[in-house]
Design a protein around this ligand. Structure first.
Ligand code: MN
Length: 322
């Protein structure tokens, strides 16, 4: 079992632009000795917007809620739209709408400018909005890769049925995991990644128990988005991010991911007295640490201060994304 190291409680939310009301659960710029980038590598930033109701926006055509043109360089942004829709457009000609349940895996690489807004349809009607944006670092060998998108529809995510391990004879399905990235035994996630990463969107709807298996080389985190359950025997409720102990092994060069030993994370979803189970929603993040120095500021994440200064010079002199 991979023990829990820390549970990071509810944080105050803040606005990103005027469209995204999020809690920043991971931030590589934090210098907390117990929870900094060395504990979350390769995940740089993790913003979670819990379900929040927006009124219709009367100016949805000309002044959509969100964030206008801004740059990114040196990493990837992963956006999951749980409720509502996000429209995006960028400097390399990509544009589209991330619809409910869809995932956009955007590689900023050597540089991209883009905008992120509520879609026109959502702005016109309003409603419940909930999303995740995760920043995944790129190793130095790929920091300057070409910008790219992976637009992943919910229907294209491989789904694993979770069988109740507390009563295996009955083969009761207690929930499911959508494999956005990584591998669940032989099942490969939908997204291509530059370094080994698992991103699993998990939902439990029926009381029971199940086990998650993560490589013992990965930094591992679990967000409880909705509901309450026991994780390795500890009760954890919505809004909390679980940080597990550091990886016990480092992968040696050339060692295949599939040959790695795994650690167990035990999930137990207790039955309620009235028999009504409010769904538990979880997001598991695990990744092999890149282990390189990080020089980051705002939307740029490089390896050295000089690379960061050069990026700012390029941006200020109009030489970014040329
Ligand atoms: Mn952005």
């Amino acid at each position: 079992m991979r023990p829990i190291k820390n549970i990071h409680g509810d944080k105050a939310p803040h606005w990103v632009g005027d469209g995204f009301y999020v809690k920043t659960l991971i931030n590589h710029l934090d210098d907390n000795p117990h929870f900094n980038y060395s504990h979350t590598d390769p995940f740089l930033l993790f913003d979670y917007g819990k379900p929040t109701t927006f009124d219709p926006n009367p100016n949805y055509k000309t002044q959509p809620h969100g964030v206008g043109q801004h740059p990114h360089k040196g990493f990837e942004t992963v956006t999951i739209a749980y409720e509502g829709e996000i429209s995006h457009a960028d400097s390399v000609g990509g544009q589209g709408i991330i619809q409910k349940g869809d995932v956009q895996w955007m590689t900023a690489g050597r540089g991209i400018m883009h905008e992120e807004f509520h879609s026109k349809a959502f702005g016109q009607c309003g409603g419940v909005f909930s999303m995740v944006q995760l920043w995944v670092n790129l190793p130095s060998a790929h920091k300057l890769t070409d910008p790219n998108y992976q637009s992943i529809k919910r229907a294209d995510l491989p789904i694993v049925e979770l069988i109740d391990s507390s009563n295996p004879d009955h083969q009761t399905t207690i929930g499911k995991a959508a494999i956005i990235a990584g591998a669940w035994q032989e099942i490969r996630g939908a997204a291509n990644t530059f370094t080994p990463i698992n991103l699993w969107d998990i939902e439990l709807h029926t009381a029971g128990a199940t086990t998650l298996k993560v490589p013992n080389t990965h930094n591992t985190l679990l967000l409880v988005q909705e509901g309450e359950l026991l994780v390795n025997g500890t009760s954890v409720s919505a809004g909390n991010l679980i940080q597990f102990d550091a990886p016990t092994q480092h992968r040696t060069d050339g060692q295949a991911q599939q040959t790695l030993a795994t650690d167990n994370i035990e999930l137990h979803y207790p039955a309620t007295e009235n028999g009504k189970q409010a769904p538990v929603k979880l997001l598991l993040l695990s990744g092999e640490p890149i282990g390189e120095p990080v020089a980051g500021y705002g939307p740029f994440v490089m390896n050295t201060q000089e690379e960061l200064r050069q990026t700012f010079r390029d941006y200020q002199t109009g030489n970014f994304v040329k």
